[in-house]
Structure formats: structure tokens, C-alpha cells
Design a protein around this ligand. Structure first.
Ligand code: B1M
Length: 210
């Protein structure tokens, strides 16, 4: 079943991906197993094929859409553990960047861990991050970037927070494939997470419970 689901995502068959995700859940497969062993595994292959030149952008996109469809089914299962808010997090993909699968996963996992997440979406300019921090007063601001050409907007957001007098009111965390702990340290962020599970650990460390 998981192999079939992986194949459906690879081929960009969204309807089939949704159906197989539903069946796997009904058959008792754990939501995080479906996520890791079928969906993320498929996207890793998609990425490798794209790097080798065996897959083009439109084919990458239909796989991403299939994964999104399946994630719509998984979302309630991944988040149902969350009961009472552990803290507020404002999250978004930085300016110029429309990759949101990883960010959406991070959102789901954080919600699953009991955080209240205000997701600003994709291509979020510095001003919008700052306005959201002012409006929602979150404990954490999270930024995601998947491109080496867009991660450079992360320091702009930190600078804009400083200029708005809000930098000491919020912890800033970063993630996304090209981002590293060294980069986070260099630009003065409070933390970096390599994947969604580590993002949850990091958020819990930065916002200790009650
Ligand atoms: Co794009 N793309 N893409 N793409 N794409 C990459 C990122 C790339 C590495 C592919 C490659 O060349 N091998 C490459 C970037 C090269 C670089 O800069 N180093 C690339 C490129 C070049 C591009 C375009 C420029 C292609 C073009 O048009 N010529 C273009 C840019 C568009 C733009 O943003 N302006 C583009 C477009 C697209 C699609 C639209 C087709 C689609 C995105 C659809 C969508 O997101 N809605 C797409 C996809 C799907 C990919 C790959 C194949 C998969 C990304 C993904 O979803 N991974 C990707 C190659 C790859 O990564 N293997 C690639 C699965 C996801 C679960 O992982 O996003 O890494 P990830 O998220 C992880 C962690 O990074 C972390 O946790 C997540 C879950 O574990 N994380 C955080 C992420 N954010 C976090 C935030 C945190 C903490 C952790 O705290 C706040």
C-alpha cells in the first residue's frame, strides 16, 4: 500500500494518492509512517530525478500537488494530538519563494505538538512578517526558504524586526533545505531545524511549558 502511494505521488496521481492515503489510515497505518515512508520518500526521489535532469518543473509540480492532496487527509491525524495551546508561532516562506510543502509539514507538526500556528503562506515580504508579529504577539517567528536565492531575505526580516523594536519580543527560527545552523548563527537567529520533527523540539526548547 505504501509503495503504491509512493508511486502515485511520483506519477502525480492526486486522486489515487488521496484514496490510498485514506485506505492506509483505515488499514491502521500510522499517519507519520505514511508521511515519512511514502510521501516524503517520493518527494526525495522527485528531487533526485530533477537534479539528474530526468524530471522537469511541471512534473515536479504535479507530484507536489499529489503530495498536498494526500497531506490534506493526513493533516487531522497528525494534529489531533494537540489539545491546549503551548504557545503561538507565526510562520511563512520568505519573499520570492513559493515552496511550501516543507513549511506546511512543519506547521502540521507544530500544531500536532499543541502550538497555535499563524501560517502567512508563501512569498512573505519582511513587512508582512513584522506586521504579523505586532498583531499576533507570537513567542516564535519561523521562516522557511528552499532556494539559495531567497534565503538571503531572512536577515532582512531580522533587521526589520530590530527596526520595529520587536526583535527581543520574539524568538526567530529558520529552516529549509539550503539553510544551516551556521547560517542561522551568522544572521543572529535563535534557532535552526533540519526537519519538521526537529522544528517541534526546537520550539519546545524555546517555549518551555508552563
Ligand atoms: Co523547486 N527547487 N524550484 N519546486 N523544488 C528545489 C528546492 C531544488 C533543490 C531542486 C533541485 O535543483 N535539486 C532547487 C533549489 C536549488 C537551490 O536554490 N539550491 C529548486 C529550484 C531551482 C526551483 C525553481 C527555481 C525551478 C525553476 O523554475 N527553474 C522554482 C522556484 C520557484 C520559486 O520558489 N520562486 C521551483 C519550483 C518548484 C515547484 C513549484 C515545481 C515545486 C514546489 C511546490 C510547492 O512547494 N508547493 C518544487 C519542488 C516540489 C521542489 C523539490 C523537488 C521538493 C521540495 C519539497 O517539497 N521537499 C526540491 C528538491 C528537493 O528538496 N529534493 C526543489 C519535501 C519537503 C518535505 O522538504 O521543503 O526541504 P523541505 O522541508 C523540510 C525541511 O527543509 C524542513 O522541514 C521540512 C520537513 O521535514 N523545513 C523547516 C522547511 N522549512 C522549515 C522551517 C522551519 C524548520 C524546518 O522553521 C521555521
Amino acid at each position: 500500500m505504501l509503495d503504491d502511494l509512493k508511486q502515485a505521488v511520483l506519477e502525480g496521481e492526486q486522486e489515487q494518492a488521496i484514496e490510498l492515503t485514506q485506505k492506509a489510515l483505515e488499514g491502521g497505518t500510522d499517519a507519520s509512517t505514511i508521511l515519512n515512508d511514502a510521501l516524503i520518500a517520493a518527494m526525495d526521489i522527485v528531487g533526485a530525478e530533477y537534479e539528474r535532469g530526468d524530471r522537469y518543473v511541471p512534473e515536479m509540480l504535479i507530484s507536489a500537488e499529489a503530495m498536498k492532496g494526500a497531506m490534506g487527509i493526513l493533516r487531522p491525524k497528525l494534529t489531533e494530538a494537540g489539545v491546549k495551546s503551548r504557545g503561538k508561532i507565526v510562520l511563512g516562506t520568505v519573499e520570492g519563494d513559493l515552496h511550501d510543502i516543507g513549511k506546511n509539514l512543519v506547521t502540521m507538526m507544530l500544531e500536532g505538538a499543541g502550538f497555535e500556528v499563524e501560517d502567512l503562506g508563501i512569498e512573505v515580504p519582511a513587512k508582512q512578517f513584522v506586521d504579523a508579529v505586532r498583531e499576533h504577539e507570537p513567542e516564535i517567528l519561523g521562516m522557511s526558504a528552499l532556494l539559495t536565492t531567497t534565503m538571503v531575505h531572512m536577515p532582512d526580516v531580522i533587521k526589520a524586526l530590530e527596526e520595529a523594536g520587536l526583535r527581543d519580543k520574539v524568538k526567530v527560527i529558520l529552516g529549509g533545505a539550503p539553510v544551516t545552523q551556521e547560517y542561522a548563527d551568522k544572521i543572529g537567529a535563535d534557532g535552526y531545524a533540519a526537519d519538521a520533527a526537529s522544528a517541534v523540539d526546537l520550539a519546545k526548547r524555546l517555549v518551555p511549558q508552563g
